[in-house]
Design a protein around this ligand. Structure first.
Ligand code: G16
Ligand code: MG
Length: 214
């Protein structure tokens, strides 16, 4: 019996990947190289520092830990400037209705995101009141595919892992959910999210009542 829903943020509730891409691209361009939107796919769901390491690798750049800190901070300032202007219009299709329906069905709700900026995004889009618990990049030490973010969220919700469903758009996130022995609904392409129990294009395609059949 499913008792709680744990949502990833970027790619599930909102599309912040476009802002991450713009900010990382600006940083790469300043260093004299570029990367494609297809390469950007590999940054979805992974932490800020892991993203920077990948990008520096693509540009064949060697940086010291202190330089990396500075670069990540610069990127984050540009990113925060963009997400500060987000509005409820940017909530992905079906996400708000699903959250309302989950609450109405008596399910607990949590956020399990790699982002250290989740609170401002939820605040600006008006999604914050729909969450019982927020666990994000500020509260965990290990990134997805490690299950830490989802396990911590379930603990704070007071629900056993096996009674939780995770909603994820990234392969690393689906792996994290399965490593935590949780059910997982993949948002996106079935060929990428093979480990998910069910894959949908967006949250319009599923209702809380469907979750017990996963
Ligand atoms: C999101 C994005 C990732 C990003 C990560 C960290 O994860 O998908 O691309 O690198 O957050 O974000 P920040 O730089 O804001 O801490 P999720 O888990 O919400 O999909
Ligand atoms: Mg995501």
């Amino acid at each position: 019996m499913i008792q709680a829903c744990i949502f990833d943020l970027d790619g599930v509730l909102v599309d912040t990947a476009v802002y991450h891409y713009k900010a990382w691209k600006r940083l790469a361009n300043e260093m004299g190289f570029d990367f494609t939107e297809q390469q950007n796919e590999q940054l979805k769901g992974i932490s800020r520092m892991d993203s920077l390491d990948k990008i520096l690798g693509w540009g064949h750049q060697q940086k010291t830990p202190a330089e990396k800190e500075m670069l990540a901070t610069r990127k984050n300032e540009w990113y925060v400037e963009m997400i500060s202007k987000m509005t409820p219009a940017e909530i992905l299709p079906g996400a708000l209705d699903f959250l309302k329906a989950a609450k109405a069905a008596g399910l607990k709700t949590g956020l399990g995101s790699a982002s250290k900026n989740s609170a401002i995004i939820l605040q600006n889009t008006g999604l914050l009141p729909y969450f019982d618990v927020l666990v994000d990049g500020n509260h965990v030490t290990k990134s997805k595919p490690d299950p830490e973010v989802f396990v911590t969220c379930a603990q704070q919700l007071g629900v056993d892992n096996i009674h939780c469903v995770v909603f994820e758009d990234a392969e690393a996130g689906v792996q994290a959910a399965k490593a935590a022995q949780m059910k997982c609904v993949g948002i996106g392409s079935a060929s990428v999210l093979q480990l998910a129990d069910r894959v949908v294009s967006d949250l319009r395609e599923i209702t809380p009542q469907d979750l017990d059949t996963l």
